[in-house]
Design a protein around this ligand. Structure first.
Ligand code: FE
Ligand code: FE
Length: 164
């Protein structure tokens, strides 16, 4: 295991973690879209899959800027969040109840991402890397918007439908 001499080392380690997490998410989202019944939820998930591919590209751009090869580092946290998601999605459930479960699981993913991107954006600011702040700040904004969209969908529609 490499020694963390500076914030630069820590930043690179976290970017590698995010790169692996985003790749895990690109594999999980199509399954969630398939399981969703609400057309709005389905399209929100599909739209976020497109964005997530952009998130992977932005991280690759960050690796390029740093002169590092794009290489992930297994993200155990995302693996666990996605394991719980697939566990709940494999249950027999009323479609609207399953939709409520999918939203809850998706928001756990988004909150992990918001925490991690929020952290690396602050570190990049400290490092004086405005180019990287801009790139990862865009991703952070998309994660926050997705989280808000899911909250609205749950509050305005899905939760009431799940009540039956
Ligand atoms: Fe993402
Ligand atoms: Fe996301």
């Amino acid at each position: 295991m490499e020694k963390l001499h500076s914030l630069d080392n820590l930043f690179l380690m976290e970017v590698k973690d995010l790169y692996n997490a985003e790749k895990q998410i690109t594999k999980a989202l199509p399954k969630a879209a398939k399981k969703a019944s609400s057309p709005e939820l389905k399209s929100a998930i599909e739209e976020h899959l497109q964005q997530t591919e952009g998130h992977v590209n932005r991280l690759e751009e960050v690796f390029r800027i740093l002169g590092e090869s794009a290489k992930g580092r297994p993200c155990a946290a995302m693996k666990g969040i996605l394991e719980e998601a697939s566990e709940v999605m494999s249950q027999k459930a009323e479609p609207a109840v399953l939709d409520a479960a999918i939203i809850g699981a998706a928001q756990k993913v988004e909150h992990y991402e918001i925490a991690s991107y929020g952290t690396v954006v602050e570190w990049a600011k400290q490092m004086g890397r405005e180019d990287i702040v801009r790139l990862l700040g865009q991703t952070l904004g998309e994660e926050e918007k997705t989280d808000q969209k899911l909250t609205e969908l749950a509050k305005n529609k899905i939760n009431a439908m799940a009540m039956g």
